[in-house]
Design a protein. Structure first.
Length: 162
């Protein structure tokens, strides 16, 4: 979502005085100028706050993106049973922290293939499926606040053509 599209929906609109009113009453002219400036300032503050929040989320997403390789290594070590003792405590704490920040892992076997969140690395055909399906998760995907940091890398099975 762009800043311009959201800014137009929330902007405060002040009607411009008619030229006859400007000539007749200088107080009305000054009042309308003050109202216009106040509305512009209110819109500026809203836009700056939105921009600040977006920059904050982008900074967190950049740090989390750098941690994805480490999280993959921890998952592989756990899968192979190499994670024990003090390293298991560190891995658990790392997973807890990233989850608390808002990092979400996604990608499940058997889910319908969605090119928005999946990256197809392998392709097969089978009569066992009726729609394109992610049958094997090769690497899980991660998202932060609805922003896809990395798509899930999957093997896709399409229905067999007759």
């Amino acid at each position: 979502m762009t800043t311009e599209s959201t800014a137009s929906a929330e902007e405060v609109v002040v009607e411009e005085p008619t030229p006859d009113l400007q000539e007749a009453d200088p107080v009305a002219t000054l009042t309308s100028d003050l109202q216009r400036l106040q509305a512009e300032y209110a819109n500026y503050r809203k836009r700056i706050e939105r921009d600040r929040l977006v920059a904050h989320e982008m900074a967190i997403a950049a740090v989390l993106t750098e941690l994805l390789a480490l999280l993959d290594d921890v998952d592989r070590a756990e899968t192979h049973g190499e994670l024990s003792g003090g390293f298991k405590a560190v891995a658990d704490q790392l997973n807890a922290i990233t989850t608390r920040i808002g990092l979400e892992k996604f990608g499940t076997e058997g889910a319908a293939f969605d090119p928005q969140i999946h990256e197809a690395l392998m392709h097969e055909s089978s009569a066992d499926v009726t729609v394109a399906t992610a049958t094997k998760i090769l690497q899980p995907g991660y998202k932060y606040k609805e922003r896809i940091l990395r798509p899930a890398r999957v093997s896709v099975t399409d229905p067999a053509s007759e």
